[in-house]
Design a protein around this ligand. Structure first.
Ligand SMILES: O=C(O)CCC(=O)C(=O)O
Length: 295
């Protein structure tokens, strides 16, 4: 277990001073029982329905952070304002065909469920998330990206250590990640880990559009302090808020249990959204905040 503090969902409208202090010091906040288990179940149910309804023949791509070939694929590049299913590398053969049932083959679903799916849209706008976003410094939070990270039993892939500001660029950097455990997560089924305090180090990379391509650019060669990684086992319904510069990731799922998580990324509307972002939106579908209707 970790020595990091764990907090109960704040009863007031803002995070407590102890939470704000932990956020400033660690760059992450573990908030237990933040989202009702029935909401977690509803998101799992919707996720299963999305996967069941999805026809792999109509479009698919493998998503992997260890061998990131997805960056070249139109299926990935067009997923910023849609709902698309991505596969584990270990679930397809050399020609890209599924070698196992869909539900056991998914790497993730992304990246706009929070705007396009009514169940995800509702849970993404629960007051607890809005309070955390405001309380952690987003003056005008905008929800830019959502993912269900699937981690199927046995083949759920590693998410390599990264900083979210690498992938979601505003000027200045403002992104905060809200990672919600839809199921209990521990070290055997690939819970998150993080490097507390690592948000005070430099941003190492940018993943951005360069000409017609998406490319990773190195900004700073300082390695992540692997020895300082702390595992974050949590119960279903826990939210882990992650500063955009905080190094974090997750190990492969080697267990016989799944480890579904929902991750929602917000930026500050007061900052400039870089046109270089990989994530593109149709002009008719601007980023929304936590309000139920567009605002
Ligand atoms: O759910 C995971 O395993 C990793 C998710 C993550 O790192 C992210 O959303 O930035």
């Amino acid at each position: 277990m970790t020595g990091l503090p764990r907090f109960a969902a704040p009863s007031g409208t803002t995070p407590t001073p102890a939470m704000t202090e932990a956020w400033r010091r660690d760059g992450l906040l573990v908030v237990e029982d933040a989202i009702d288990p029935t909401d977690c179940d509803a998101l799992i149910e919707r996720s299963l329905a999305i996967v069941d309804a999805w026809d792999p023949e109509a479009g698919s791509a493998v998503f992997s952070t260890t061998a990131p070939k997805h960056a070249a694929e139109a299926y990935f590049r067009g997923s910023g304002d849609s709902i698309r299913v991505f596969l584990e590398a270990g679930a397809v053969d050399d020609s890209g065909r599924l070698t196992q049932p869909k539900r056991l083959a998914v790497n993730k679903i992304g990246h706009a469920m929070h705007d396009l799916d009514p169940v995800f849209a509702t849970v993404s706008r629960r007051p607890m998330l809005a309070r955390l976003a405001h309380g952690l410094g987003l003056a005008d939070p905008r929800l830019v990206q959502s993912m269900v990270v699937w981690k199927p039993p046995s083949i759920g892939g590693e998410v390599v250590c990264h900083q979210d500001a690498t992938f979601l660029i505003t000027e200045p950097d403002t992104v905060i990640g809200f990672w919600l455990a839809l199921e209990d997560a521990d070290t055997r089924n690939g819970c998150l880990y993080a490097i507390p305090g690592g948000h005070r180090g430099p941003l190492r990379q940018r993943f951005r559009q360069v000409g017609e391509d998406l490319a990773v650019q190195t900004l700073d060669e300082t390695p992540f302090d692997e020895a300082a990684k702390v595992a974050l086992p949590v119960r279903k319904g826990t939210i882990i808020a992650l500063h955009g510069h905080l190094p974090h990731g997750s190990a492969a799922n080697t267990s016989d249990r799944s480890r579904l998580a929902y991750t929602l990324h917000a930026v500050d509307g007061a900052a400039r959204w870089s046109p270089d972002n990989w994530l593109k939106r149709d002009p008719d579908m601007p980023f929304r905040g936590f309000e139920a209707e567009s605002g």
